[in-house]
Design a protein around this ligand. Structure first.
Ligand SMILES: C[S@@+](CC[C@H](N)C(=O)[O-])C[C@H]1O[C@@H](n2cnc3c(N)ncnc32)[C@H](O)[C@@H]1O
Length: 275
């Protein structure tokens, strides 16, 4: 496992994922019974954008630094902008929140959060970042298996699946995990993040989802540039599984990101039809 999210923290794909996640959480925590959130690939929780990895990649400069200066970002980015400001009280953008930090800050006292991270060093950092918070467990385990094991059989659950895609089996494991979650709890909801490099990889994943997962699903694509180089991350996609209708907010989030941070990019939001 070579992947280190510190190189990518605060890039365009994190902005899309985190703004979408905060919108999903806002819907689920506005009212209703307690919620369980399971984060299959949690990372370290907090990122130092002045560190060597972020400086070397320059991805945060092209992402969150531009978002924080933008005057025209849609309202759907406001909760993420507030979270970043909250971490950088002295001004500037030195610290960036990962999904664990954003989730932990949003949940209500009766909600609970389970964060899985397989790398021991990242898991140690995650535990330190979340120390002192209530109703949170961190697991140094495989997140796909843990999500299914920990998913309650009844009640409200949101599963965030955000793998590094270092291994080809991430795609089939996502499909298997979503299908198993719905078999265990018919109301389970999920947010999945995917890179877009070439279209065939994304399309074949979406066909497998339609064939194997019996749930309503919305896909939001952010295409940052033409897909002419399949070795590059040319964009990203979010898949929302479950009841919340996030099509309009995701169109705003992905559209702004592609137009303002992308090079001639565009966004597309559409529904999948389970077979
Ligand atoms: C893209 S990063 C996660 C970023 C995080 N979700 C966020 O938004 O801040 C992916 C993380 O998954 C971890 N990882 C890789 N394979 C894993 C697995 N099978 N189970 C749990 N964590 C895994 C990696 O070490 C890495 O920290």
């Amino acid at each position: 496992m070579n992947y280190r999210h510190a190189f990518h923290a605060g890039n365009f794909a994190d902005l899309v994922k985190h703004a979408g996640l905060l919108r999903f959480l806002a819907d689920l925590t506005a009212k209703g019974p307690p919620l369980t959130v399971i984060d299959t690939h949690a990372g370290r929780g907090l990122y130092d954008l002045a560190g060597g990895e972020a400086k070397k990649s320059g991805e945060a400069e092209a992402g969150v630094v531009r978002l924080m200066d933008a005057k025209d970002a849609p309202a759907e980015f406001a909760p993420l902008v507030r979270a970043v400001r909250g971490l950088n009280a002295d001004g500037g953008v030195r610290r960036y929140p990962g999904s664990p930090w954003l989730i932990a800050d949003t949940l209500r006292p009766a909600d609970r959060y389970i964060a899985c991270e397989l790398r021991a060093d990242e898991h140690d950092a995650l535990r330190a970042a979340l120390r002192g918070r209530q109703n949170i467990r961190t697991l140094n385990q495989d997140g796909y298996a843990a999500a299914v094991a920990e998913c309650p059989r009844a009640g409200r659950v949101l599963v965030l699946i955000d793998p590094p895609f270092e291994k080809a089996d991430d795609y089939p494991r996502i499909v298997e995990t979503l299908a198993a979650l719905r078999r265990k709890n018919a109301d389970a909801q999920a947010l999945v993040w995917l890179p877009i490099k070439d279209l065939e990889t994304l399309d074949s994943f979406l066909r497998d989802l339609e064939d194997e997962v019996d749930a309503p699903m919305v896909v939001a694509e952010t295409r940052m540039r033409p897909l002419s180089d399949p070795m590059k991350m040319n964009g990203c996609a979010l898949v929302v599984m479950g009841g919340s209708d996030l099509a309009a907010p995701l169109a705003a989030i992905c559209g702004w990101t592609a137009q303002v941070l992308g090079a001639g990019g565009s966004a597309r939001v559409y529904r999948l039809s389970p077979q």
